[in-house]
Structures are given as C-alpha cells and as structure tokens.
Design a protein around this ligand. Structure first.
Ligand SMILES: C[S@@+](CC[C@H](N)C(=O)[O-])C[C@H]1O[C@@H](n2cnc3c(N)ncnc32)[C@H](O)[C@@H]1O
Length: 226
C-alpha cells in the first residue's frame, strides 16, 4: 500500500492539500517565519529546552535506518527546520504532512524534492497501515497524550512498524518547565506532562525500543503493538 498523493489538489509544485479550499488557512501560517527564527535557533534550543539540533538528527536518522524500505510519514513535519538534513536523499519514500501551508512552504524550500501534503492529523486521508514507519517531532506536547495523536500514528502504520516521537516534558529544568507552562497558558501547548506519563501513554500502543531525554525533549521510538 502506498500513499497516493496525486489524488489531492496541487497547491504548488510538490505541495498538495487534502483539505477543501475554504479550510486551508491555519494558525501556524502566521507563525512560520517566527518559528524558524526562534524555535529553529540552536542557541534558543540549547538555553530554553536544553536540546541540541543533533538530538533531532540522531532520532530521525535512527528511525530512517530502522525502516530501510517502504514509505514513511513525518506527521506534523512543520518547516523541517530540524529535520531537512536528515531527510535529504529519502524524499521518494517520505510523506511530509502538516496542517499549515505556511510551514510546508518553508519546508519545501529546505527540501525541494520532498512530497508535501497539507492535512489534519486527526482526520488523515490515508488507509490504516499505509506506512512502514512514522514520526512526529514536537507534536505530542502541542496536543497532549489524551488527544488521539498517538492513536492516529498507530493507525497509520503496519503491525510491528517503528514509530518515533520527540515531545517536550516537565523535567528538573526550571527554565524549560516555565516555558512549557507559558506555552500552555497561551494556548500553544497542551497541559505539560512528565516523562512517566508520556512513556506510559506511548507504551500502550508501541513497544518502546529507545528512550532518550535531551533537556526537556523526550525522544521515544517503539514498534506498533496489536
Ligand atoms: C511545534 S510545531 C512542530 C513542527 C516540526 N515537527 C518541528 O519539529 O519543527 C507543530 C506543528 O504542528 C502542526 N499542526 C498543528 N495542528 C495540526 C493538525 N491538526 N494536523 C497536522 N499538523 C498540525 C503545525 O502546523 C506545526 O507545524
């Protein structure tokens, strides 16, 4: 089974949308430039979240290596500010999925041969088990473990397929914890959760293979159960 992106409307070369025209605007469209300048800044990441860009490269590279064949999805790929380098050379077997065309357009500049699709993670236009692997960086803390985001990832991949996430959690780092609380207060993140609660939620759907905390960013990789 492969993701047939050609069925969706082409918005720009290499960029398609699964949403009706009237629903294509997204909150992140106006944040895209600021996201890249601030969140994509290595210094900001080190100081505020204690997470170097190399941690994303390690996690994304680990998942790609674990899925040597078959199609993968980045489920909320954003502007690829952390991941474009890891994805170069894998464009043919990678679907880059996000709700915001503004973020996707920036992603396309970083990875011109990428296959980008706009859509809603909670109504993703793919059959069950379409993908041989899936990943979502910086997504779960936006929605929370009770949101159905992990269940959506679980639905998209085949039995036993690897799935990896990176998500901000509460740790002993006061600055990161305060920032996470502030993002929640501004409606930009779900209620902050600790590592244990995130790992428990992940482990109900995926058998955990690797877990690594880089500052406030928890990276998990597991295989689909059930
Ligand atoms: C914190 S950013 C993470 C982006 C990217 N993965 C990264 O690590 O830089 C959250 C992303 O979620 C996307 N998003 C928000 N709601 C979504 C939804 N319902 N479906 C798919 N993507 C969504 C936003 O457009 C944004 O790109």
């Amino acid at each position: 089974m492969t993701a047939e992106l050609e069925q969706f409307a082409e918005v720009a070369p290499g960029l398609r949308s699964s949403l009706p025209e009237a629903e294509r605007a997204a909150g992140y469209d106006r944040l895209a430039l600021g996201y890249d300048l601030l969140v994509g800044n290595p210094l900001y990441n080190r100081l505020v979240w204690g997470c170097p860009k190399s941690a994303y490269r390690g996690a994304a590279g680990g998942l790609l290596a674990d899925v040597p064949a078959g199609e993968l999805i980045d489920f909320g790929c954003g502007s690829l500010v952390f991941t474009a380098a890891s994805y170069r050379g894998c464009e043919d077997r990678l679907v880059l999925f996000d709700r915001s065309l503004g973020m996707l357009r920036r992603g396309r500049e970083r990875l011109p041969r990428g296959r980008f699709l706009q859509g809603d993670a909670f109504a993703a236009p793919f059959d069950d088990g379409t993908f041989a692997g899936a990943m979502g960086w910086g997504m779960l803390h936006v929605f929370g473990t009770g949101s159905g985001y992990l269940a959506a990832l679980h639905r998209l991949v085949r039995h036993g397929a690897p799935v990896a996430i990176g998500t901000l959690v509460l740790t002993d780092r006061a600055i990161g914890n305060r920032m996470l609380a502030m993002l929640h207060a501004r409606g930009e993140a779900a209620a902050p959760e600790g590592r244990d609660s995130v790992e428990r939620a992940f482990a109900t759907l995926f058998a955990i293979q690797h877990a690594r905390l880089a500052g406030n960013m928890l990276f998990l990789q597991g295989r689909k159960r059930g």
